[in-house]
Design a protein around this ligand. Sequence first.
Ligand code: PRX
Length: 647
Amino acid sequence: MNQERVHTASPDFIAQANIKPDDYRRMYRESIENPDAFWTNVAKRLDWYRFPTDIRDVSYRPDDLHVRWYQDGRINASVNCLDRHLAARGDKTAIIWEGDDPSKSERISYRDLHARVCRLANALRNLGVKKGDFVVIYLPMIPEAAVAMLACARIGAPHCVVFGGFSPDSLGTRIADCSPKVIITADEGLRGGRPVALKANVDKALQRPDTHTVETVVVVRHTGNPVNMQSPRDRWYDTLVEGQPAVCEPEVMDAEDPLFILHTSGSTGKPKGVLHTTGGYLVHTSFTHEVIFDLKEDDVYWCTADVGWVTGHSYIVYGPLANGATTVIFEGVPNYPDFSRFWQVVDKHQVTIFYTAPTAIRALMREGEAPVAKTSRASLRLLGSVGEPINPEAWEWYHRVVGEGRCPIVDTWWQTENGGILISAIPGAIPQKPGSATLPFFGVEPAIVDNEGKVLEGVAEGNLVILSSWPGQFRTVYGDPKRYKDYFTTYPGTYFSGDGCRRDADGYYWITGRVDDVINVSGHRMGTAEVESALVAHPRVAEAAVVGFPHDIKGQGIYAYVTLNAGEQPSEELRRELVAWVRKEIGPIATPDHLQWAAAMPKTRSGKIMRRILRKIAENAPEQLGDTTTLADPSVVQTLVNERLVR
Ligand code: PRX
């Protein structure tokens, strides 16, 4: 190992760690050599109505594709996150809520959380929600978000959480995809002091004909500002749960019954509803949460993600609560009221484990060390990173400035489809190299294949695939089995992640980013096709092509090339209008950073846009354009190069 760039946890950390250096290789070997025995043992961490004996039933063959774990087991996720903790941990804090407004926070015990979940679950049943019915959740980062997810889990109603930053149209598409009877939302969200019009967005989404299945909109009173309430459809959350019993008989679920769907972006088409089931998902998220975050009974654990993303599902709600941990739900943003906010919250609640995204670290790093240094952070003992590759400079800053050299960093690689972490350091057991997600978690068999699908051994670079299954793996793309199959047919017999990856001489994995038309903007995953279809929906746009480009803070930025309809003239005003249009169509996270006019696109003779060329222009690397002779009209390229917006 190249010693300069390796960080090993301190002897003190290792002495108290759940998994010791010698344990990792032994446990990994066991998990691969005898997966059924290994995962039977792990499943004992949960409470089952019927303990499973059929551990794994998996085939990646396209003609017989199926992934099933613990299929004869019976279980309820909310019981595992709540009821089973009541005897020993009833008064322990389950959720610490920290508001966007620093003067607002709340601690909710396991007993109280259980009661709140039961009241809402009863209310949902009264509204006619039955096992198997979808519920859409469109909430800010408030305790009701976790309460709503667990209430759905209690009655066997799969939830579909939609990120509160999405537009009415993005919300409408997701509603149309799963036909819920009920939506749970709030009057408004609050971020950085600014209100987010959630209820008004729901009203707009429900004007679409394809969202007619919604019978009831449950509205949490959050900011208290007036909103339009339409009777009898719209019901206030507080009056609905008032008077409901604080106990609720849980639905006994099969391990393979759906727990939720969550939409994520692919390289083409509309977002995919990734479906996760109950038993395997909960085993995987709770186990990884305990092992990778070295969880102890008195930890205060904070993951800064939003519950609208998979990280929030697995590592704010299900993993931590299944483990009886104290989990922080933070409504705000890192720079409000100022750039010390994260660390003030750490001090206020004595956070011990902190898990965030590289984009936040880079944004804070730009502000210098002073906003960090004026806080104590003495409570912190472990740091985590997720969502995108972390550049070594940001890693070192996180380690040296935030963690004062004392806290190991776990760089956790995984995806919405994976349910939980697949590649990560285990802090006391695996030395860390800045920028590498390090080694596979137990049971996970990554491989690197070339473009022909040949598995490369040893030091290698190529496409990251996973050879076998893990319990938290997704089971289908809701309503679209063909798109599910696509994951297993690119490199037959494997799950293809869509990521590029390098493996070094120590067997460490270095994720290099997406190799498909998916981009990762501030840790938010987006299909370039989605941004393109928003642009071409504008009446003056003829054609659009969108690519990612390297961005100092966001990791990747959005670079759009736009061809206008014949007769239309480009102008600054129209440029601004189109940028605003995309914001409105998808949401602020999809705002293009650059929009370049393209009189024509570089196309092959068969009419396909050559994105490789557009990517190189956006990267300001025109010297790397490569072969352009296959283009229908090579002169198009020179114009685009001359007019490029990044130099
Ligand atoms: O490109 C990888 C990147 O995020 C993608 C998955 O995005 P999403 O499904 O939204 O889930 C994000 C949170 C789990 C991956 O294909 N990614 C995620 N974590 C890392 C990462 N890239 C590098 N290092 C990571 N730790």
